[in-house]
Write a protein that binds this ligand. Structure first.
Ligand code: ST9
Ligand code: ZN
Ligand code: ZN
Length: 333
């Protein structure tokens, strides 16, 4: 395991000049609200998906077999881990390294979640970290909580995001043949892993009705995982603890840790983005960390990065609050 001992701001890859530029961009985006160009195709598709998900929820509660309920939970957990352990902690942040079989596994379970291919996901997420709450942040909270949650997927992206994002170095992502395979075959992969297999398996193995399997394990489960993920962009930039950085909009929150398999330490994560744990609180909910640690035990994962205690303490003293950190860890475990 590698412990990061350099100053927190440098682990965050921001230099003082960058920070000044970012503050200016944040002010500018508050002064001039950007014009919104609605993409009606997405509005109709998401509306249809949510109607299907509501039917699925009704069936899940009243009509589905118990095995199907378990299947929905398993798919949500696996798909989420493909996002948290794969797209997020491995590919967007490089917070650990993984061997080929682990990367293939993560790419396949990521396809269950159908959240754009990993290269696009990681590109947008790197923009979110580097230019948080500016027009170059795909889901800036300056444009309101609905925009941060899902509104950003219903409108054209801001020009600033495209201009700034084009400056990012994404060569590591394009050099990974597992990611290139996913990109080239994205539609068949999500067709199989997000919709076809989730429907087929309950029908074939425990005789569930095809319609119930489709509405619950495909449509409802897909929508639920989307909202759990989107909550990190809305709730986790809104209500919660800020022990590590009071100036940031990100917060630590217990409920997002529950729904998003351990990603609720968002104030911690924005402060120490290269830490593979992404959170200090509620370790028992950090199932993604468990998956990465199991990978390490099996020799499939190596070079997990953590943050040294003295760096965390220095950061809290300078930009957050050590007492708030102690209180939060006591309350949330
Ligand atoms: C979904 C993603 O839901 C969810 C991500 C959530 C992220 C959460 C992050 C925080 C969480 C961390 C923890 C994880 C927790 C997980 C928990 C799990 C329970 N840089 O996009 P286009 C350029 S997806 C640089 O079409 P438009 C580029 O040239 C749901 N350049 O823009 C690009 O071309 P290409 C399913 C950029 O036309 C070109 O612009 N998917 C950047 O404005 C055009 O790009 C959907 O619903 C950039 N960042 O359209 C699809 N971005 O890509 C939704 C763009 O070829 N998306 N460029 O290089 C769309 O339909 C469209 O993107 C749009 C904008 C309508 C939103
Ligand atoms: Zn992140
Ligand atoms: Zn964030």
């Amino acid at each position: 395991m590698t412990q990061i001992k350099v100053d927190a701001l440098i682990t965050n890859q921001f230099l003082a000049a960058d920070l000044r530029e970012i503050r200016q961009m944040q002010e500018e985006s508050k002064r001039k609200p950007p014009k919104t160009e609605i993409v009606w195709r997405n509005v109709f598709l998401f509306a249809a998906l949510h109607i299907g998900a509501l039917i699925g929820l009704y069936q899940l509660v009243l009509q589905a077999k118990w095995a199907t309920v378990g299947w929905v939970f398993l798919l949500h957990t696996l798909g989420s881990m493909g996002v948290t352990g794969g797209a997020h902690r491995l590919w967007a942040h490089r917070s650990y390294k993984a061997r080929f079989p682990m990367r293939v596994f993560l790419m396949l379970i990521n396809s269950i979640a159908f959240q754009n291919d990993i290269i696009e996901w990681a590109r947008d997420h790197r923009c979110h970290h580097k230019w948080t709450d500016t027009d170059a942040d795909p889901h800036s909270t300056n444009r309101g909580m609905f925009f941060a949650h899902m509104g950003w997927l219903l409108v054209k992206k801001h020009e600033q995001l495209k201009v700034q994002g084009a400056k990012l170095d994404l060569s590591d992502l394009y050099a990974d043949r597992v990611l290139m395979f996913q990109r080239r075959n994205y539609l068949p992969l999500v067709g199989i892993f997000c919709f076809a297999l989730p429907t087929f398996i309950p029908v074939y193995f425990w005789g569930e009705s095809a319609l119930i399997a489709f509405y619950t394990a495909a449509l409802f489960r897909y929508t639920f995982t989307l909202h759990a993920t989107w909550c990190i962009n809305s709730v986790s930039h809104w209500i919660g603890w800020q022990p590590y950085d009071h100036q940031a909009s990100s917060v630590d929150n217990l409920w997002t840790s529950v729904a998003a398999v351990g990603e609720g330490g968002h104030n911690y994560h924005h402060t120490f983005p290269q830490d593979y744990r992404t959170s200090e609180h509620a370790e028992f909910l950090n199932w993604t960390r468990v998956l990465i640690d199991v990978g390490a035990t099996l020799g499939l994962v190596y070079d997990r990065k953590t943050t040294a205690e003295e760096v965390i303490e220095r950061q809290c003293k300078k930009f957050g609050c050590a007492e708030e950190r102690a209180k939060m860890l006591q309350k949330l475990g």
